[in-house]
Write a protein that binds this ligand. Structure first.
Ligand code: EPZ
Length: 419
């Protein structure tokens, strides 16, 4: 089993280009099923979730391979319409293949993605969107969908990212126009819209609450560059806030991080945001300050995926911070691990009260979900002594070589094999 050894106390210093966004490349890979020719994707991160998505595309009859940060998908041979239980369990966001499978094949058979470390992950909004486009959905020991989608009106009860993306992808293959209201506004949906339009679709409104899709268009193959990962950026900025120093990140649009940058500024960091880069500086001898309340919300609110990394920074601060996690039931699994490092945090349901302490100390801690793992690595760099972090399989789902990124910024970190 591999573990990360992180020695705290050294300020971070340096510049880095953030890798491509996991939550953008996954729906774009599913969207490749809609293309009638080969697709080349650039700036694709090397992540276990990307590997899982490529395996699904191959099982569906596509050619799909990754060379470095370039992915080639040739969907011309696509013939399958089923995704196995094992594949759905390997990556619960595989539900994103439902919409494109129906649009391409007129049929789709998947199993329930099941919950994950964050709690139950319902898909009722995904299935409701598919039904609104006239497809038959039968739930009988799995999800069995039939029918060529027809354009229609989809009202989402919640601005679900995945349901918005599934609805868009299904609607591209529908005959007739579709309107999606109460759509999620995350930047990754904008990236998906740009990709689809680049291949010949006609999708408008991504980033707003109403997305319209003109159906019945055949998509060509093409080339596309995936956007940078704003949550990886938030995690690296948090590491700098924990350890002190100055870090400059390029490859992400600072506007996609505005709420996170505002919190770091309120906590006493110097934050500089330009179109080309985001920079955070924190002088070590100036303690961070607690921030009154951080409430997670759908974009453009404070991103739930940044909650754990930001909490890691505010655990060692002067003053308290109240976190309210509105998106998922159990998104505080990093809290007991931060407490093992000396943090003073009380949770009650979806609320966490962080009472800042002077400094955390190293400990043996375990990641039990992706962003919680990133948070523990960041916390370790500001802690006194050495932290041994396990559960790296979670981290490798969404961070491409986290230890390498931190080393590039001057951190004393290494990955070792342990019996
Ligand atoms: C996406 O998950 C991201 N994953 C998550 O990132 C992110 O935390 C989440 O959006 C919120 O921003 C990917 O993009 C692959 P939702 P998704 O549907 O689409 C409820 C990470 O760390 N809901 O927007 O699954 C749901 O329970 C991951 O990279 C329903 O009730 O999130 C939640 O409370 C973790 N019914 C809320 O909506 C549904 O059918 C928002 O979930 C679907 C969702």
């Amino acid at each position: 089993m591999s573990v990360m050894y992180l020695r705290g106390g050294r300020p971070l210093e340096g510049e880095l280009t953030v890798h491509g966004a996991k939550n953008s490349v996954l729906p774009i890979l599913a969207a490749c099923l809609l293309a009638r020719g080969p697709v080349t994707l650039r700036n694709c991160p090397r992540l276990t979730d990307v590997t899982a998505a490529l395996a699904i595309l191959r099982r569906l009859g596509c050619r799909a391979e990754q060379e470095g940060h370039t992915v080639l998908v040739d969907p011309t041979g696509a013939s399958g319409c089923s995704i196995s239980e094992e594949q759905m369990r390997a990556m619960r966001s595989s539900i994103i293949f439902l919409g494109p499978l129906l649009a391409r094949m007129g049929e789709a058979h998947l199993t329930y993605p099941g919950g994950c470390e964050l709690g139950p992950r319902p898909i009722d909004l995904h299935l409701g969107a598919i039904r609104a486009l006239g497809c038959e959905v039968r739930e009988d020991r799995g999800i069995h969908c039939q029918g060529q989608p027809r354009g229609g009106e989809i009202q989402l009860a919640l601005p679900s990212v995945g349901a918005t993306e599934n609805a868009m992808l299904c609607a591209v293959g529908a005959d007739g126009p579709t309107t999606i209201t109460n759509a999620a506004r995350e930047p990754e949906i904008g990236d998906l819209q740009s990709f689809l339009n680049h291949l010949g679709a006609k999708v408008q409104g991504a980033g707003s609450s109403t997305v319209t899709v003109e159906g019945g268009r055949t998509l060509s193959g093409g080339e596309y560059t995936v956007m940078g990962d704003r949550i990886v950026a938030a995690t690296l900025l948090s590491a700098a806030a924990c350890a002190g120093g100055r870090v400059r990140l390029s490859g992400v649009d600072w506007r996609h991080l505005a709420t996170v940058l505002s919190v770091f500024h309120q906590a006493g960091c110097r934050v500089e945001s330009r179109m080309e880069y985001v920079e955070l500086e924190r002088t070590r001898d100036l303690p961070l300050k607690g921030v009154p309340t951080i409430r997670t919300a759908p974009y453009p609110g404070f991103p739930t995926d940044a909650q754990a990394p930001v909490m890691a920074a505010l655990a060692a601060a002067q003053g308290c911070t109240l976190f309210v996690e509105t998106m998922f039931d159990s998104r505080y699994r990093h809290v007991p691990e931060l407490i093992r490092m000396g943090a003073d945090i009380t949770t009650e349901g979806r609320v966490a009260l962080v009472r800042g302490v002077e400094r955390l100390h190293g400990a043996r801690v375990e990641a039990s979900d992706l962003r919680g793992g990133g948070a523990l690595a960041a916390a370790a760099l500001g802690a006194e002594g050495t932290t041994v972090l396990s559960g790296l399989n979670h981290i490798d789902r969404g961070y491409e070589g986290l230890e390498g990124m931190l080393q590039a910024l001057g951190a004393d970190v290494e990955r070792r094999e342990e019996a």
